[in-house]
Design a protein around this ligand. Structure first.
Ligand code: CAO
Length: 243
């Protein structure tokens, strides 16, 4: 590789230098390693979350008195927890030589959280054993601790799979980077109401863009397409989480 160019940018105009904060430095090292070692592919899909959003808003009206808010992220964590049981290769890690896969019998899911100090990924443990309310409360507590720089190292360890939700901000799709040594990450963009043909007429439906990046050494494209298809079906009819 060519050495990184050393350029005196002040020759071209005014500049200001800002050292990267510690969290950003740590994240940079992890991101660079993932980028260099993992052959990434991203599978895009859409889920019809019209009924799920109706259910979420209805439940939130009931839960408001308890101070609990069910976020879409909590449903996504639960849905991915269900699917990781059905797709064990997505709940695995490859060793450093790339020839031994460790399949995990537990299911801990991390979520990307933006903080003033940079990106962190707190982990919700044993999501398959938890209900949506408990997951939503844990996400809210972890996100608040993340923003207050109060996460312990243990809060960010042991993740099996990550979710990066940018839907609250905007965008229609992106390619998230796998959080090594995990092998897949789900990116979620902003849902919007679109006309969907039901065979007779166009119906207004709320569609959620999904972007699943995966380590192609471990996961084949067909498996990734099946994963996002199943995820879209589950989000389209959350009763499938009972199966
Ligand atoms: N589509 C449309 N609207 C969405 C949405 C989606 N996919 N996801 C969330 N929203 C809306 C919610 O409905 C909510 O609106 P109201 O305030 O009107 O109820 C608002 O956006 C905020 O959503 P939320 O409270 O559910 O929070 P969140 O799940 O969007 O975000 C968290 C929580 C921790 C993920 C967020 O604070 C954060 O840090 N996001 C950035 C993650 C990130 O940086 N990822 C990139 C990593 S790689 O660099």
């Amino acid at each position: 590789l060519l050495p990184w160019p050393r350029i005196d940018f002040s020759k071209f105009g005014d500049v200001e230098e800002q050292p990267l904060q510690r969290i950003r430095n740590i994240a940079s090292a992890h991101l660079s390693r993932s980028w260099a070692f993992i052959p990434h592919v991203t599978q895009h899909d859409e889920a019809d979350v019209t009924d799920l959003e109706d259910l979420r808003l209805q439940l939130n009206r009931d839960l408001v008195k308890d101070g609990t808010k069910l976020t879409l992220l909590a449903f996504l964590i639960k849905a991915c927890g269900c699917l990781l049981k059905r797709f064990p290769r997505f709940n695995a890690s490859l060793d450093e030589r790339g020839d031994m896969l460790t399949l995990k019998k537990y299911c801990h899911i991390g979520f990307a959280a933006e903080t003033p100090q940079g990106l962190v990924v707190p982990v919700v443990r044993d999501v398959a054993k938890k209900g949506i309310v408990e997951i939503a409360q844990e996400v809210a507590a972890l996100a608040a601790r993340a923003r207050a720089s109060q996460l312990a190292p243990n809060d960010m360890q042991g993740g099996c799979f990550s979710i990066s939700s940018l839907g609250g901000i905007g965008g229609s799709a992106f390619t998230p980077m796998v959080n090594a040594p995990e092998v897949a990450i789900l990116g979620v963009s902003r849902s919007s109401v679109q006309p969907v043909w039901d065979g007779v007429a166009f119906q207004p439906r709320r569609l959620l863009p999904l972007s699943l990046s995966y380590d192609h050494r471990v996961i084949d494209g067909a498996a990734a397409a099946r994963f996002t298809t199943e995820l879209a079906r589950l989000l389209g009819d959350f009763r499938r989480a009972l199966l």
